[in-house]
Write a protein that binds this ligand. Structure first.
Ligand SMILES: [Zn+2]
Length: 163
């Protein structure tokens, strides 16, 4: 073996060479100082790593503490969502106000038109059928439908103006 058998060194350290290969490696290491040093160094490193791994052990009760921490985190949002559910419409309103400032003319016109349309529709429907309760329900349904529709068109306009 004239060349340094670097490809065997790792297998040699891990004791994975067959006896013949191992013997040749021993022979080379007896003659080659640089390979001997390399093997010594790598073996030391390997032992050190193994030692560190043995030293690293999960402290007692760590699993329980992790589970408790997770539980605490899971419990917190339930109290937060109550405040959060209140703040969401507020945020929505703020965003709407801010947007109406940004896209003022379009949005204000649209809202005015939508409100006027809804009021007119409600007025007409209530006048046409004020005496029949069943039609009142229909009027309510129509009003809801109109407000939903205007909401949809609002969103579409907002989307197209923001893009
Ligand atoms: Zn060598």
């Amino acid at each position: 073996m004239k060349e340094h058998p670097f490809e065997w060194i790792s297998a040699y350290i891990d004791e994975e060479l067959d006896p013949a290969e191992r013997q040749r490696m021993d022979l080379h290491l007896a003659q080659c100082e640089s390979c001997f040093d390399l093997v010594t160094e790598l073996r030391d490193m390997k032992n050190e790593v193994a030692m560190h791994y043995e030293r690293i052990e999960a402290p007692e009760g760590m699993e329980v503490r992790i589970l408790q921490a997770v539980e605490a985190v899971e419990r917190k949002p339930s109290t937060l969502t109550k405040a959060g559910s209140l703040s969401i419409p507020l945020i929505g309103l703020t965003v709407l106000v801010a947007l109406s400032f940004f896209y003022g003319s379009i949005l204000v016109k649209l809202i005015t038109v939508a409100v006027k349309f809804m009021v007119t529709a409600a007025y007409v429907v209530s006048h046409v059928a004020s005496s029949i309760p069943a039609v009142w329900v229909t009027a309510l349904a129509i009003a809801i439908g109109i407000s939903l529709l205007s909401g949809f068109s609002l969103r579409r306009i907002l989307r197209s103006t923001t893009q």
